[in-house]
Design a protein around this ligand. Sequence first.
Ligand code: MG
Length: 167
Amino acid sequence: MKSGSRNSCTHRVGFGMDVHRLVEGRALVLGGITIPSPVGLEGHSDADVLLHAISDALLGAAGLGDIGQHFPDTDPRFKGVASLSLLNRVGALLEQEGYRVVNIDSTVLLEKPKVAPYTNAMRSAIARTLGIQPDQISIKATTSEGLGEIGRGEGAAAYAVALVSSR
Ligand code: MG
């Protein structure tokens, strides 16, 4: 944090969103938790759409770019990687820059399966990874009411906002 800068502020907000396609033969990993499902999210990493949105919200709040810049999907090191480990690195980057997480709010958009039974486990996994408390993380889930690509079960989306403060 450049404390002497005229633009210095104590709180900053960030936004992130992500979309991944649902395909057969992949595990469905959301918020770091594997959910029983006949289809899973396709991507270079484990394609955890929720953690990608949250990571982008955190990076955005800190003005540190996006996960595509930090973890390019052309880099073989990130092939099949657990997105919790990417989130861990995002948390470390923020800490390095002198930011701490105030809270995260997020919404997963997925037709099925139901996400609600798993949100507490996701909050715990994310909290552990970022070194914060589960009550600093909110995860909401909704469907697309059968409308569009998500409604047809072709994919999932996630949106997140994060508030960070400088030490
Ligand atoms: Mg992604």
